[in-house]
Write a protein that binds this ligand. Structure first.
Ligand code: HEC
Ligand code: HEC
Length: 499
């Protein structure tokens, strides 16, 4: 039988449990309220200026604006960031070399360091003409062929592979080779101009890239080869995008457009080499990488030719058909399992990639910027470029834990129409789909990287050109921009430039 004190403590327990459930709900409700897109454009929103929460940096805006660590990083962790920065900038050399720790380049490669493509931790510039002469190495060509047999289909369906590489040229075209080796091809990008009239009488010319390959090093390319050009994307805020709960992201997916707004949105999926599990794809222009570590190891192997525990094979993307390349000397180190970069250094670069801080917004209270923000919301841009989220709590990643962030992406794939299609499936993304890229920091592209090339292959020469290329699910939003009065259009660009 219950005596009075027992009854009391029992009641107290029930009361406390209810209270904590009520509080848990309150936090969920609070998050839902805070992340609901605003409809008040008369003044900036609270915290809007701090685009990546407490990790946002407020340092002086100059060419280094994308190179600072998360502002909320504890002092003792900054050393890891700086060591990671060193490896990101390191120029790899071919084997054999006297500097054992930096060799292993290639034998086939696209660039000698991460930084050569991710200029000042920002995005790469699109080549114009002969890539080798344009000074820009930041555009790479992904290669694949359609599945040839049951085994290929099984690899794609299980997410073990995002695509089937060309049996000779591999999964990516490397246009550089170490001494004594043959580069795969010379890449030339020319452009065709397409005029687009706007409703106020202005005409914007869009340039459509036409890619040509010459001096093929390993024989003719197969007729069914699929090529996807990709430009190096900016490195800021990536840890926040990795932190977002997959369930949150997938809750916005609407693959069959059941709400009839013309916008579907799907998550890509891929088997992570790190977790060995099928996961939501997040990184790359088609979201074909699940985690930053997966992305970083693939970049080391595919772009520079450096192997790691997650991506062994010291000849990088060389195929068995490229015999000379397979047999070349490599930089494998017996102490670290015969790979060219060990796990410790890999973790440092991953930590660095997770913690490049997003700069604070500028001019948030400027009336033109606020008016442009209204245009951005009313034109339907926020259907894909979702303004704000709260990241989950994660004691192991304090910089990214429980932050209100403003990345302007839903992390989902969207059909962007024929003009942007690469017609090359990548994981579960089809040949017309691209992942909505985050827009934070986009107004500082010129300041940081010295150009204003946008979109997956850098074809857009300005923010307006990038918008005018939108098609597919984004056709209505683009048409609304075409129809805007001049002043509203200028304000929209003011808003984007303040991000
Ligand atoms: C040859 C140029 C090039 C080099 C070198 C290069 N990258 Fe990249 N990087 C790219 C391209 C292109 C993409 C987009 C890839 C895609 O869409 O598949 C990318 C994407 C990324 C992303 C994902 C960004 C996002 O928003 O999804 C990260 C992280 C990254 N690279 C890190 C690195 C690291 C670390 C290195 C050095 C080990 C490196 N990259 C070397 C061109 C390069
Ligand atoms: C249906 C989803 C969708 C809508 C709606 C949409 N976008 Fe996009 N946006 C994307 C995708 C996907 C890309 C990347 C396309 C590519 O690279 O080929 C993109 C790219 C961009 C870029 C270039 C980003 C970069 O990093 O290169 C800008 C700027 C941009 N959008 C602005 C806008 C504006 C402004 C609007 C509203 C007028 C808008 N978008 C509406 C999905 C959308």
């Amino acid at each position: 039988m219950l005596n009075r004190p027992r009854l009391l403590s029992c009641a107290l327990l029930i009361y406390c449990t209810c209270l904590s459930i009520a509080f848990a709900e309150t936090e969920q409700d609070r998050i839902a309220r805070i992340t609901t897109p605003t409809s008040d454009f008369s003044k900036p929103e609270k915290y809007e200026i701090m685009q990546a929460g407490a990790a946002t940096h407020r340092k002086r805006i100059n060419g280094d604006a994308f190179s600072h660590p998360s502002a909320n990083m504890a002092f003792d962790r900054r050393l890891y960031f700086e060591l990671g920065d060193g490896i990101f900038k390191k120029m790899w050399v071919s084997s054999p070399a006297s500097t054992k720790s930096s060799d292993g380049l290639g034998p086939l490669y696209n660039a000698r360091s991460c930084q050569r493509c991710h200029l000042k931790d920002g995005r790469g510039e699109a080549p114009d003409g002969l890539q080798a002469e344009s000074g820009s190495v930041a555009l790479l060509l992904r290669l694949s062929i359609p599945p040839q047999n049951d085994e290929d289909h099984a690899r794609l369906d299980s997410g073990a592979a995002a695509s089937i590489p060309d049996p000779i040229y591999g999964g990516q075209l490397q246009n550089f080779a170490t001494p004594g080796q043959t580069a795969e091809a010379v890449v030339t990008v020319n452009y065709e101009e397409i005029p687009v009239p706007l409703s106020d009488g202005a005409v914007v010319s869009l340039r459509k890239p036409v890619i040509a390959l010459s001096k093929l090093g390993y024989g003719p390319l197969p007729d069914d080869l699929m090529i996807s050009p990709r430009i190096a994307s900016p490195m800021i805020g990536l840890g926040m995008l990795e932190a977002l709960a997959a369930t949150d992201i997938l809750s916005w997916a609407d693959p069959d457009d059941s709400d009839g707004d013309g916008i579907s949105g799907r998550g890509n999926r891929i088997k992570s080499k790190l977790s060995q599990e099928m996961m939501l794809g997040r990184f790359g222009w088609k979201a074909n990488q699940a985690t930053l570590k997966d992305q970083v190891t693939d970049a080391f192997s595919g772009d520079i030719g450096i192997s790691s525990s997650l991506h062994p094979g010291n000849a990088g993307d060389c195929t068995p058909a490229q015999v000379n390349c397979i047999n070349a000397p490599d930089g494998g180190d017996a102490k670290s399992g015969n790979v060219e970069i060990n796990d410790h250094l890999l973790d440092l670069v991953t930590f660095y990639s997770r913690n490049l801080a997003v700069p604070a917004r500028r001019d948030v209270s400027n009336p033109g910027v606020l008016a442009g923000k209204k245009v951005f919301y009313e034109a339907g841009c926020t259907a894909c470029h979702r303004p704000k989220f709260v990241t989950p709590r994660d004691p192991l990643r304090p910089e990214q834990s429980f932050q209100l962030i403003w990345p302007y992406t839903d992390m989902l794939l969207h059909d962007m129409g024929d003009a942007l299609a690469d017609n090359r499936p990548d994981g579960f993304a089809d040949g017309r789909e691209w992942r909505t890229p985050p827009l934070w920091g986009i107004g500082l592209t010129k300041t940081v990287s010295g150009h204003t090339n946008f979109l997956h292959d850098g074809r857009a020469r300005s923010l307006l050109e990038a918008i005018l290329w939108h098609g597919g699910e984004a056709t209505d939003a683009r048409d609304r921009v075409i129809a805007l009065p001049t002043g509203d259009r200028e304000n929209l660009l003011r808003f984007l430039n303040s991000l």
